[in-house]
Write a protein that binds this ligand. Sequence first.
Ligand code: PMP
Length: 373
Amino acid sequence: MIYFDATATTKPSQEVLDTYNKVNKEYWFNPSSMYNLSVICQNLIEQTSANIFKMLNLKDKFIYYTSGATEANNMAIMGLVKPYINQNKHIITTEIEHPSVYNTFKYLESIGFKVTYLKCKNGIINLDDLKASLTKDTILVSIMWVNNIIGSINPMKDIIEIVKKNSHAKLHSDMVQGFAKIKPDFAFNDIDLITITMHKLEGLKGIGLLISNKNLKLEPIIYGGHQQLALRPGTLDTGLIVSAAKTIRLALEKQDASYYYVQDLANYLKNKLNKLPFIIINAPSPLQSPYIVSISFTNIKGETAMHYLEKADIYVGIGSACNEKIQTLERTILAISLDKERANNMIRISLSTHNTKEDIDLLVNKLQELGSK
Ligand code: PMP
C-alpha cells in the first residue's frame, strides 16, 4: 500500500498508542469525581496542559480538549460571537477555509452577522484587503495558516500585526495543517484562539485542542457539567489527553527533519509532474507547504483518477475529506482558478516521511498510464 493522504489522516504512532494504553490502564477514573484517584487524573490533565504551554511557549492560555478540529473551530467561532447575535456585528474569514470554519460563517451570515469572505486568488489572503475590511464592528477574524487543499501558507505574522493594530477583533486560526509541520515566523502566543487536531500528526482521532487566551470570554455551544470551565462539558479521557502531549512532543522533535525530507520528496514529485502535459500543479502561492501537492488533470475527473490509483493500491485525496462524500466542487481550486473543470479534475497528493522516491516513481508511472489512455 502506498498512502499519499496524510492530510486527511495519519496512522497513529506506536509511541502514542503505548502512552494512551498505559495511562488508560491505570488512570481510567472520572477526573471530575472527588476521590483521590480522580484527583490524580485531574493532575495529569493539568500537567499535560502545562507541558504543552512549555513546548509552545504559551503564557496566560487555557487549553480546551475537544473531539477534534471541527469541534474546536465551532467552539471558537460560535463561542466568541454568540453574545453579539442581532447586534449588527461584522466577522471576517476567507473563501478557502475548511468546511468547519466556512460553514460556521455561512450559518452566522444566515442569522444576521455581516461576513467578509476574503478572496484568495493566490491561495493566500491579500493583506491590504484584510486591512480595508476591518471596521469598528469587526469582532472576529478567522484565517487558516496552511490551506488543506493546496498547501498555501498565509502570512500569519503580518495578519497578527494588522488585526492587532487596526481593530479590537479577536484572531482565530485553524492551524491544523501547519502546526508541527511548518516552522512559524510568529509566536503562537500572539493568536487569541488556535485550533489543532492530533490525528494529522500521528496521534489519535477524537482529540483536538482549542488554545484560547485565558481571559477570553467564550459562550458554550453545548451545555452540561462544569468540566473545562463549563465550556466543553463532558467526562474527560485522561489517556487521550496525555497522548496529545506525546503526539505534539514527537511531532515537534521531528519537525525540521521531516520538513526537509518531505520538501525533497515534493521537489522530486513536482519535477516529474511538470513533464506531464495533461497535469497542472495548483500552487499559486510563493509560500507552499511541501506536505501538500495539489494537481488538476486537463481531461480526467479527480474521482476517476483516485479510483484508478486505488486499483494499484495507491491512495490520494480529492479535496477535503469532510467534503468528499457530497462531491462538492472544490471551493479552494475554484477560488484560485475560477475554473469548474479544474476543480472537478483535481487530486491532492499528501506527502509524509513514510513515503519514498520509489513510491513517487510508482505514482507518476500510474498517472502517466492514465493520461495516455
Ligand atoms: N481544519 C483543517 C484545515 C483540516 O484539514 C481538517 C481535517 N480535514 C479539519 C479542520 C477538521 O479536523 P477534524 O477531523 O479533527 O475535525
